[in-house]
Design a protein around this ligand. Structure first.
Ligand code: FES
Ligand SMILES: [Fe+2]
Length: 402
């Protein structure tokens, strides 16, 4: 039997092979430690959107459990964003208390942050600008040497990236490579009304990524939220270095629900419903302008999934917390509704999507727990799971490389 003839997505990429992939990367502490050291502490990671800290003095604190740190992102009076470890240079307290949990947003007109323990004050360049009772410190104490510890930061398309390496081996533009052109012109900045969900999940971060990277599970796992969405197909595979893209097509809900049809007419905010209105897409997204195109998913290596549709976009991010623990963040972006009817339609779309995400996340702990039995040594992947195969090859290459 010619197996490859049934695998049109994989056929152009013989380097990915057809063999099953090993389970060990999902279970091994040593493998996890290497992922943190060789990937997460070296690569550019998405930690926010520029509009979250739009004005001078706005700041955001993002926890990074895999690195046992949290990062302060603060916009200065010059409009530039600085990134710093949230560690006070006095006695190490968190400068900004993480009242928001995973993400804390705040604002200070003077564009400074103040440690609540003894009141040391830092500006948006990380400089230590005030120390209460400084005369009681020894003469050798120098404010200039005690600014916040900086982290490399840069932005693309409104996404704020940080890099924890002392000296990143690549600039953000070099790291993103073809991803920049791929999304050229997509109006991320214009569709900013965000709905956010978080969950701590007892699974390896890749178990989480995998569950969102293929359409094979849609007819079964999503039979509850999208009962009529059985006819789907995938295409437009594109690999840009470590990053990967794939598009999802469908014939929509069959039959469409009356409520869904009404919501779509009012706002068109669901990926499960067809849209009539034209929407400008980058030329590399849905390049054939196929009418049944639903959305495209791009994984910005290592842990960030961007899904773009016509008029909406959403992201998933899986942060390693420990070998068998991760944090999932799901964010759904729409244009702000202008009328009550639009508000209702948008709530319908968001809740439908939330339910689908609950269906997705519900598999993850079961998968991890079953893998922990140790009886399964490898996973058999079909054509629609090509993104998982690519992820394995890239991660494995990095873990086993220098
Ligand atoms: S620990 Fe921050 S001012 Fe003392
Ligand atoms: Fe799903």
């Amino acid at each position: 039997m010619n197996a490859q003839s049934k695998m049109p997505l994989l056929a152009p990429y013989p380097e990915l092979g057809e063999a099953p992939i090993p389970v060990e990367p999902y279970l091994s502490q040593d493998y996890y430690d290497k992922e943190i050291e060789k990937i997460f502490r070296r690569d550019w990671l998405v930690v926010g959107r520029e509009e979250e800290i739009a004005k001078p003095g706005d700041y955001k604190v993002k926890r990074l459990d895999f690195a046992r740190t949290s990062v302060i992102l603060i916009r200065g009076k010059d409009g530039k964003i600085g990134a710093f470890h949230n560690v006070c240079r006095h006695r190490g307290n968190k400068v900004v208390t993480e009242t928001g949990g995973e993400e804390t947003l705040g604002s200070n007109k003077a564009a400074v942050v103040t440690c609540r323990f003894h009141g040391w004050v830092y500006n948006a360049k990380g400089e230590l600008v005030d120390v209460p009772q400084q005369q009681k410190f020894p003469a050798c104490f120098d404010r200039a040497e005690n600014g916040l510890i900086p982290i490399h930061v840069d932005s693309w398309a409104g996404f704020i990236f940080i890099n924890l390496a002392e000296t990143p081996s690549r600039t953000l533009t070099e790291f993103l490579g073809g991803v920049v052109e791929h999304f050229d012109g997509y109006p991320f900045d214009d569709i900013t009304h965000c709905h956010t969900y978080y969950a701590h999940i007892n699974c390896n971060w890749k178990t989480g990524m995998d569950a969102f990277c293929e359409g094979y599970h849609v007819p079964t796992i999503h039979a509850g939220s999208f009962p009529g969405l059985t006819d789907y197909w995938q295409g437009d595979v594109a690999f840009n270095g470590e990053h990967r893209s794939i598009a999802f097509y469908s014939n929509g809900m069959n039959p469409p629900t009356p409520v869904g049809t009404a919501a779509n007419a009012l706002f068109g905010a669901s990926i499960a419903l067809a849209r009539d209105e034209p929407f400008p897409l980058p030329k590399l997204v849905n390049p054939g302008r196929h009418p049944n195109w639903g959305f495209e998913q791009t994984t910005v290596f290592p842990n960030f999934l961007i899904h773009v549709g016509a008029g909406l976009w959403f992201t998933h991010q899986f942060w390693p917390v420990a070998q068998g623990k991760c944090l999932w963040e799901g964010k759904y972006y729409l244009k702000a509704p202008k009328t009550n009817a639009q508000y209702w339609a948008q709530r319908y779309a968001v809740i439908l999507q939330r339910n689908a995400w609950l269906e997705d996340t519900a598999t993850m702990e079961d998968t991890q727990e079953a893998l922990l039995s140790g009886v399964l040594k490898q996973m058999n992947l079909q054509d629609d799971e090509i993104m998982l195969r690519h992820q394995f090859h890239i991660v494995n290459g990095r873990v086993n490389g220098e």
